[in-house]
Design a protein around this ligand. Structure first.
Ligand code: CP
Length: 293
């Protein structure tokens, strides 16, 4: 794999190879690099999980992360994304992990001679989040075929929804979206449903964060209204199928997408998703940087 930019062009074999390797790594079966490998993590948008789990994955794989803080870089002097990345390539980075608010920012980077791992591009794609989500689903169910998956919430602004829909459908799951009318994505291919209609038959309810920072106008819902109309609350929890799980990429708006008391409930795998993020990213690093010699 030359780059990891989106889930759109990844076939089933590639996805399954990455997931199986991530599960092996979680079981402790991996070999850190013995020869130097260098990565730069460029986060032009804030992040807790993605940035830190890449750093953790790099530490575990003995990959050196080149310290780089966007806020103290020459980006503030007007340096372009391409020149910033080309500079890091010239300094010896073997690959770049990049999060940026611009959709498909990576289109500007085709002149680079090193791989790019997309850590999120605006409302476009979030392929490593998708891989950790897929890993978590596969770990729980052992298959994707025949699973009923509902992705609920701020669909139009969600790179997680886009990446997961593309991947899960290709892997044989039935994917439906549920969203307030304001946040329906009219370009997305998945059918829409009402959460209340779908909940009794869903194996996975994947909740999405309300992305206030991407809204032109403030949402008209109060927290309580949103939770009652579109969120996971005790009434809906009680109607879930046996064995069904609740996912959320986080950060969670507690009391909004999911009631406070359900965030760490028995069906919730939210913190397991975060743990799996380290191993999914280790698997991606090995795919991109090559097998350990
Ligand atoms: N899920 C996710 O991408 O979280 P961060 O924004 O904290 O990286």
């Amino acid at each position: 794999m030359d780059n990891l930019l989106s889930m759109e062009h990844m076939d089933e074999e590639e996805v399954m190879r990455l997931i199986r390797r991530a599960l092996e790594m979680k079981a402790g079966n991996y070999m850190p690099y013995q020869e130097p490998r260098y990565i730069a993590n460029l986060f032009f948008e804030n992040s807790t999980r993605t940035k830190t789990s890449f750093e953790m994955a790099e530490l575990k794989m003995n990959v050196t992360s080149i310290p780089f803080d966007v806020n103290y870089s020459s980006v503030s002097k007007g340096e372009t994304l391409y020149d910033t990345c080309k500079t890091l390539e010239s300094l010896g980075a073997d690959a770049l992990v990049i999060r940026h608010s611009e959709m498909e920012y990576y289109g500007q980077l085709t002149g680079l001679g090193i791989p790019v791992i997309n850590a999120g591009d605006g409302s476009g794609s979030h392929p490593t989040q998708s891989l950790l989500d897929l890993m978590t689903i596969y770990e729980r169910f052992g298959t994707f075929r025949g699973l009923n998956i509902v992705i609920a919430g701020d669909i139009v602004h969600s790179r997680v929804a886009h990446s997961n829909q593309q991947a899960l459908e290709r892997l044989g799951a039935d994917v439906r979206f549920a969203a307030p009318p304001e946040w329906v994505d009219h370009d997305a291919a998945a059918p829409y449903t009402e959460l209340d209609e779908a909940i009794g038959n869903a194996d996975v309810i994947m909740l999405l964060r309300v992305q206030h920072e991407r809204h032109d106008v403030a949402a008209k819902f109060t927290k309580e209204d949103y939770n009652r109309e579109y969120g996971m609350n005790p009434a809906r929890y009680g109607r879930m199928k046996e064995g069904a799980i609740i996912m959320h990429p986080a950060p969670v708006n507690r009391g909004v997408e999911i009631s406070e008391e359900l965030v760490e409930s028995e069906r919730s795998v939210i913190f397991e998703q975060m743990r799996n993020g380290v191993f999914a990213r280790m698997s991606v690093l090995q795919e991109i940087l090559g097998s350990v010699e």
